[in-house]
Design a protein around this ligand. Sequence first.
Ligand code: NA7
Length: 283
Amino acid sequence: MKIGWIGLGHMGIPMAANLLKAGYQLTVWNRNPQKAQELLDMGAGIVEKPADLWKHSDVVITMVSDDQAVKDIYTGQYQLLTPEAEGKIVIDMSTVSPETSRFLAEQSAKHQLSFLDAPVSGSVQPAREGTLIIMVGGEKSVYERVKPLFDVLGKMSLHLGDHGSGSKAKLAINLLLGITVQGIAETVQYAQNQGIDPKEMLTIINEAAVGSAISRGKTPSILAGEYPAAFPLKHMAKDLRLAHESGALSPLAESVYASYQAALQAGHGDEDVMAIMRLLNGK
Ligand code: NA7
C-alpha cells in the first residue's frame, strides 16, 4: 500500500513519520508546504495539490483541524475527491462531527471511493510512540484492508459500526477527558483555597483510586503554572461544542462545554487543555 497524507500539524507529522519508519512509501500535501520538510528529509514525496496524491497513493489519510478544514480539502477549494480516486480508500483521522463524517462518506461514494472515519484518542506523545487508540466507522471489509496502517499508528483500533461511528466514540471519550481535566483543576483549587498545598493534593490524587494517566501527566504543568500544548485547549473546546451539538446535554457535559468556551474566549486556546486551571486561579 502506498500512502498519501494530508495535514502536517502537531499530530500529523509524528503519525506520518511512523508510517515512513515502518517502510511505507509516503507522499504528503499540506496547506503550508514548509511544514513538510522533516518528512521530506526522511524520504517522503510532496505534491502541489491534494488530488495529485492519487497518482502516488492507494490510500489517502487526512489529519486536519476541524469540520471546515476537511470540507475545504475534500470538496471545497482543495478538491481531493476527483475521478482519479476511483476504487481507492480515503481515511479521515481528524476529530469532526458525525454528520461531517457521513457527509464525507457520501461524497466519497459519489467518486467510487471508500471512506472511513478514524479519529484517535491520545495526543502528541502517543502519536510519536504509535500508541494511539483509533476509533473507526465505515465498512468492516475496508477497515480490515487498512488495519495494518492502524497497527503502525496505534496500540489498538476498533471498528465500531457505520460511517460516523468513529466520530461519535471520539466525542464521547473527549467528553470524559474534558470532565476529568476540569475535575482535577477544581479539586486542586478547592483544596488550595482550604489551605492544602497543591503538590500534596496532587500526590494524594495520583496515589488514590481516582488517579490516572491524565492526573499524573498534568501534575508538572499544574505545579509550574505553565501549560505548553500537548492537546490544545481550542481542540477540546471544539470537541465539547460538537458533543453539545450532537446531544450531550447532561449536567456535566453542559457545564464543561460552557467552561471551555469561556477559556477559549479568555485567550487560552493555544495552551494545553490543562490551562482550564487559569479560569479558576486567575494565573
Ligand atoms: P494542528 O496542529 O492545529 O494542525 C492542523 C492541520 O490542519 C495543519 O496541517 C493545517 O494546515 C491543517 N488545516 C487547518 N485548516 C485547514 C484548511 N482550511 N485547509 C487545509 N488544511 C487546513 O492540529 P493537530 O495536529 O493537533 O490536530 C489534528 C486533529 O486531531 C484535530 O481534529 C484534533 O482535534 C485532533 P497548515 O499547517 O496550517 O497549513
